[in-house]
Design a protein. Structure first.
Length: 241
């Protein structure tokens, strides 16, 4: 009765997700599975909560985006007897991408080509931390993030302690060459578009940013630049105390 009133059901769902971010991950996973199971009592409600889960937990524009919370929902959907094989294709594909390069995993390695034409491996970047900045020259938010990092006292120009690999993954290389990047960034492109072809990373929107440690283990996946800056600021503060 209430799923047609977003001010009630959608707001309640958003509040529920907000609470789960403060819960232990095992408790949050169980709560999400119980929610999905309860929604199967009615097909319209099941479809509604499936849609809300993607909208709030997976959509790149959602302020509550949280892929780790979306994973148990996707696992439930791919195993659900309430969906036919065709309806499982989308959640199965999303789950496959969500399980790649999770926090704690060693990030998938790849080759990149710099402005000079030199070909290098991502894992050979020597820095305490590395930001992978997947971007597109025509993307307005990419330009905002690029300027934000350049002006950040924590991120901008810190090549030894922190490397920023600005990577273009599409094919218009002449257009990429005409785009300016801050001198503190490693400006490169993916020759042959292997990252996209092999789906090494989930690039559902541009820009996409990852924060890696010295061993190229994922600290933050698909994170806003503000969150990365905050993490680095707190880390730096803790090391000086």
């Amino acid at each position: 009765t209430l799923i047609s009133r977003p001010e009630i059901t959608e707001q309640a769902f958003a509040d529920f997700i907000d609470l789960l971010t403060a819960a232990p991950i095992s408790a949050a996973d169980s709560a999400l599975v119980r929610m999905m199971e309860a929604s199967t009592a009615n097909s319209a409600m099941f479809a509604h909560f499936t849609e809300l889960s993607e909208k709030y937990l997976y959509d790149p524009n959602s302020p509550l985006r949280n892929e780790e919370l979306y994973i148990p929902v996707l696992q439930y959907l791919t195993d659900s007897p309430h969906l036919d094989s065709l309806s499982k294709l989308r959640p199965r594909y999303q789950l496959e991408l969500a399980l790649k390069n999770r926090p704690g995993d060693i990030a998938a390695d790849f080759y990149y080509t710099s402005e000079s034409g030199k070909r290098s491996r991502m894992r050979q970047i020597e820095a305490d931390y590395t930001i992978l900045f997947f971007n597109n020259p025509d993307c307005g938010d990419c330009n905002r993030v690029k300027e934000y990092m350049d002006m950040s006292p924590v991120i901008g120009g810190r090549l030894r302690e922190l490397a920023v690999l600005a990577l273009y993954t599409e094919g218009d290389i002449p257009h990429w060459r005409n785009t300016e990047y801050p001198p503190g960034m490693i400006n490169a492109y993916d020759a042959g578009q292997k990252i996209t072809e092999r789906q090494l990373y989930d690039l559902k929107a541009m820009p996409t940013l990852y924060l890696l440690d010295k061993d190229k283990r994922v600290i933050l996946k698909d994170a806003p630049v503000e969150q990365i800056e905050q993490w680095l600021t707190e880390k730096r503060k803790s090391q000086t105390e």
